[in-house]
Design a protein around this ligand. Structure first.
Ligand SMILES: Nc1ncnc2c1ncn2[C@@H]1O[C@H](COP(=O)(O)OP(=O)(O)OP(=O)(O)O)[C@@H](O)[C@H]1O
Length: 313
């Protein structure tokens, strides 16, 4: 088992009070597993990713534990987490491709990064990995501005995995890319896993179709909590949580025009995480909510590896 997250609660301190961005998340990730993490904007996906590697100043762990390869991660101790970053856990953050230092050529940037980690650059290994993701070697002697968006993204991916971290968190790495570049990036991620550069991966995205292609398991979050987690095929073909069903129904179909099938979103909006309601947080938008939903639903394992937090599932 690579990763075990247990009852994790991470809140943001704000002037209006605590934003309960993660409110009791429990899940596991096996060796070799790619987990697709989906859910509406603001449900806590990025907060989960950041919590596993670097909390920002406003984040606070209120409870729970994170264990990676049998060691509990000191997630709220920024200094101690330094021993784990890049080596054990690596993050490709949202908008990573715009975060490359514009004043450094790529080779110098990688050399400096590795030096700061006490490691020398193994150029042959770096080039092998660049070949694998289809990046020409002359990229090393270019400035970030001289690379296309897709090239920058693949370069960031190579850099983030150079020290073979156990867990890679890829946060929205494909959202700003065109469809064929998205595929190249997704293939590269699969290649990293298959080559053993990373043991397991959390792929954070809004794109359910792409997630279904590359993830072994999909976890759906809603308002800071786990709604459903199951093998990717099960989530797409036989979801049990009403939120997952509505999420799938709101996807556009290629070849179907608006006049034939109106694209329905999910009516209503998620609750504020400053003062979330008791009971099921999806209750106000749920077409099948009943009285029992005033109580918080437990996460039940309905079938092996199929976890659902819904009284009606
Ligand atoms: N620095 C912050 N201070 C206060 N609240 C924050 C902060 N960052 C995020 N939040 C809140 O925490 C909740 C979860 O945000 P998060 O960014 O993790 O969601 P997300 O699912 O990753 O969204 P998106 O898909 O838009 O990236 C939201 O309610 C958001 O408003």
């Amino acid at each position: 088992m690579s990763l075990q997250v247990s009852e994790l609660r991470v809140y943001y301190r704000t002037l209006k009070g605590d934003v309960r961005a993660l409110d009791g998340m429990t899940f596991e990730l096996r060796d070799g597993e790619i987990l697709g993490l989906v859910g509406e904007s603001g449900c806590g996906k990025s907060t989960l990713g950041k919590s596993l590697i670097r909390m920002d100043g406003r984040m606070r762990r209120v409870g729970g534990t994170v264990t990676l390869d049998g060691h509990e991660l000191p997630i709220d101790d920024d200094r101690r987490m330094n021993d784990y970053r890049f080596r054990e856990v690596s993050l490709i953050p949202q908008y990573a491709m715009s975060a490359l230092n514009p004043t450094r050529k790529i080779r110098r940037m990688v050399t400096e990064l590795l030096r700061s980690r006490g490691t020398a650059l193994d150029t042959a290994e770096l080039e092998r990995r660049m070949d694998q993701v289809g990046l020409p070697r002359e990229v090393l002697d270019r400035y970030p501005i001289e690379l296309s968006g897709g090239m920058k993204q693949r370069m960031v991916m190579v850099i983030s995995t150079l020290l073979d971290p156990s867990l890679l968190i890829a946060d929205e790495v494909t959202s700003a890319l065109d469809v064929s570049t998205q595929k190249a990036v997704a293939r590269a991620l699969l290649g990293f896993r298959d080559s053993g550069y990373v043991k397991s991966m959390i792929f954070v995205t809004h794109d359910l179709a792409l997630t279904h292609h590359i993830a072994d398991t999909i976890m759906v979050m809603y308002a800071g909590k786990l709604a459903e987690k199951a093998p990717a095929d099960v989530i797409v073909k036989a979801p049990r949580h009403p939120y997952t069903r509505l999420l799938l129904e709101s996807l556009p179909e290629v070849g179907v025009r608006y006049t034939e099938r109106r694209l329905e979103g999910i009516a209503g909006s998620p609750p504020s995480l400053l003062d979330p309601p008791a009971g099921c947080r999806f209750r106000d938008r749920c077409p099948i909510a009943g009285e029992e939903c005033a109580q918080e639903p437990p996460v039940a394992e309905l079938a092996p590896d199929h976890h659902v937090a819904c009284w009606k599932a």
